[in-house]
Ligand binder design. Structure first.
Ligand code: S3P
Length: 435
């Protein structure tokens, strides 16, 4: 993550065509390892994301005494169960992964383990009180030698009591941390959200045999249950597909098909926005059964118009907003993104970073306290952009090169491996496929 790699992307109006299977879903890959480690026995995972974030999760649970073998995208997790974990010898390093750190705080809070959790220089600046404050109310014990509430933090596992928590922000990471703590706590833990965030934790707990009740924006779990090891299939990550979905929508003559891509309704806000902007999106062969829904998705180019993106839609596309901002530069009218102040505490401040980088390409975009305003269509020009060490900013910059009139150079592009190893291979493949 610390190395500076400069990559030049030069696609200038090339139509993108072909069929790809994007790498496995990041959120689901993390949770499959975590639940496989909590359950006693052998869990197998297929389609696992070999990105740096998920490899940090594997490394951490190995340090806790879980035997994890990986062969490409197949992972086997053989665990003594949460009660058999051991204290790690060195700090658990979540790297760049906020999901790993926050969910781990919830998991370890009610375990028998004491461990220090740390991360890279970006993660060590991100807020952790959103999870440590409610977990402390459940009885969790955290220690740190600073007052900022950020990593590094030491968690000392201890018996917890259940709680009812009204979440002040819609965040799947906070919801999941509390549900994991509730899983170990005495009594019934209830979490209520303002708007529905991704529900992978709830679905996967059920897949591992736990009872979880979900109603509109409220989830409850009774503590003291046990999990059954099982087989987990990880579909392709719609947040990774989103970069090429937007590319296909923007460049005339493009058609891209995504096979085996996750279609969980808490994640498909990008499809709703693309359709509302006028793009052609079709879903074939949706498979719904145990676990996560997935299917085949095709996106074709079309004339695009501006939209407003706000309210309950935001958590359903929170990670897609950088590339949606780029898309809006090619749509007619002013796109307004509101209620997205969470973007300020992602891998970087994505409101400032997206606006400053797209302005370098000549885009008409301005930040607002809780989002941005983008007016289009604008013919963008080539420039040198920074990823700010943020994988989604790096990919946004590379995708911008399909609509700029000159090459886009991307500084610090290696961070793209956090969530999408093979991203540039897919970009090259799609730009070369001839009909
Ligand atoms: C994630 C939840 C989201 C998302 C992140 C992954 C998860 O964060 O931005 O990339 O796996 O739970 P918040 O829940 O904090 O919004």
């Amino acid at each position: 993550m610390e190395k500076i790699d400069m990559i030049t992307a030069s696609f200038e109006g090339t139509a993108l065509s072909g069929t790809i299977r994007v790498p496995g879903d990041k959120s689901i890959s993390h949770r499959a390892v975590m639940l496989g480690a909590i359950a006693k026995g052998t869990t197998t995972i297929s389609g696992f994301l070999q990105g740096e974030d998920c490899l940090s999760t594997i490394q951490i649970f190995s340090q806790l005494g879980v035997n994890i073998e990986r062969s490409g995208t197949n992972v086997t997790v053989e665990s003594p169960g949460i009660d058999g974990w051991k204290n790690p010898e060195v700090a658990l390093d979540a790297g760049n992964s906020g999901t790993t750190a926050r969910l781990l705080l919830g998991i370890l809070a009610g375990s028998t383990v004491t461990a220090e959790i740390t991360g890279d220089r970006y993660l060590c600046k991100r807020p952790m009180r959103r999870v440590t404050t409610p977990l402390t109310e459940m009885g969790a014990e955290f220690k740190s030698d600073h007052q900022t509430g950020t990593l590094p933090l030491t968690v000392k596992g201890t018996p917890l009591k259940a709680m009812s928590y009204d979440m002040p922000i819609a965040s799947a990471q906070v919801k999941s941390a509390i549900l994991f703590a509730g899983f170990s706590a005495k009594g019934t833990t209830v979490v209520t959200e303002k708007a529905a965030s991704r529900d992978h934790t709830e679905r996967m707990l059920q897949q591992f045999g736990a009872e979880v009740q979900s109603e509109v924006n409220t989830v409850s779990i009774v503590g003291g249950q046990s999990l059954q090891a099982c087989d987990v299939k990880v579909p392709g990550d719609i947040s990774s597909a989103a970069f090429f979905m937007c590319a296909a929508a923007m460049v005339s003559g493009s058609t891209i098909t995504f096979t085996d891509v996750g279609l969980n309704p808490t994640r498909t806000g990008i499809i709703d926005v693309l359709k509302e902007m006028g793009a052609k999106v079709s879903i074939k062969q949706k498979v719904e059964g145990e676990g996560e829904p997935y299917g085949e998705l095709t996106v074709e180019s079309s004339d695009l118009h501006a939209v407003e993106i706000s309210g309950a839609l935001i958590p359903r596309l929170i990670d897609e907003l950088p590339v949606i901002a780029l898309l809006a530069t090619q749509a007619t009218g002013t796109t307004v993104i509101k209620d997205a102040e969470e973007l300020r505490v992602k891998e970087t401040d994505r409101i400032e970073a997206v606006c400053s980088e797209l302005q370098k390409l000549g885009a008409s975009i301005e930040p607002t306290p809780d989002g941005m305003r983008i007016t289009g269509p604008t013919q963008l020009k080539g420039a040198t952009l920074s990823s700010h060490g943020d994988h989604r900013l790096g990919m946004m910059a590379a995708i911008a090169s399909v609509v700029t009139d000159g090459p886009v150079q991307i500084e610090d592009a290696s961070c793209i491996n956090v969530s999408y190893p093979g991203f540039f291979e897919h970009l090259n493949l799609l730009s070369q496929t001839k009909h």
